[in-house]
Design a protein around this ligand. Structure first.
Ligand SMILES: *[C@@H]1O[C@H](CO)[C@@H](O)[C@H](O)[C@H]1NC(C)=O
Length: 191
């Protein structure tokens, strides 16, 4: 009897110790994305030919372009399955470039706030503000982006959501969007 109780006690104690330290993994696809155009050239396909007024949230591609008068970035929004304070690391994997990179490129990732925008209405005038740059990745020509560490953005999620901007230091690229069936995917590790 005494042996049985001791065993039970050890078992329960062991469970208590093991449970809190078990890291968990989550794979969470993007819930929304859009190209945000901030370009002072004329955009014939946009309302009033004003690039800032184009809503592109339902397109199947995201276009990034920095240089000359163009300043277009890709805004991507995620749902967080866990509280930001639980996150120990977090990476984002975006799909392949629509066309192979002809030359090397520096990709930037910034936080974007607030995250309550939606694909029907987001445009260059009402898009969230870009915050801190949290990643800078050099991609050699004919390569694609691997997983990018964006832990600070995941940890800073508000009401279970956060957004980021993908940009370019200088240059042009296109990614498949969530609407094409190829969402960016978050890989989250918790405590
Ligand atoms: C990318 O950034 C590196 C480091 O700042 C710089 O040396 C290089 O010229 C940049 N490449 C491009 C294509 O902008």
């Amino acid at each position: 009897m005494r042996i049985f109780q001791a065993t039970t006690l050890f078992f329960v104690f062991g469970q208590l110790l093991a449970t809190p330290s078990a890291a968990k993994q989550y794979d969470s696809p993007a819930i929304k994305d859009s190209t945000i155009m901030r370009s002072t050239v004329s955009c014939p396909d946009c309302p009033d030919r004003n690039c800032y007024k184009c809503t592109l949230g339902h397109d199947d591609k995201l276009t990034v372009n920095t240089g000359g008068l163009a300043y277009n970035r890709a805004l991507i929004g995620f749902h967080m399955p866990v509280d930001g304070s639980q996150v120990t690391s977090c990476t984002v994997q975006v799909p392949a470039f629509v066309t192979p990179l002809q030359s090397s490129l520096n990709v930037t990732v910034n936080t974007a706030n607030p995250s309550d925008w939606n694909e029907d209405t987001v445009d260059g005038e009402n898009a969230p503000d870009a915050g801190d740059q949290i990643a800078f990745v050099t991609v050699p020509s004919y390569n694609n982006l691997g997983p990018i560490d964006i832990t600070p953005a995941c940890q800073g999620a508000v009401n279970g959501e956060f957004s980021v901007y993908f940009g370019a230091q200088f240059g042009y690229y296109q990614l498949w969007s969530e609407n094409s069936g190829n969402p960016a995917i978050l890989h989250i590790t918790t405590k």
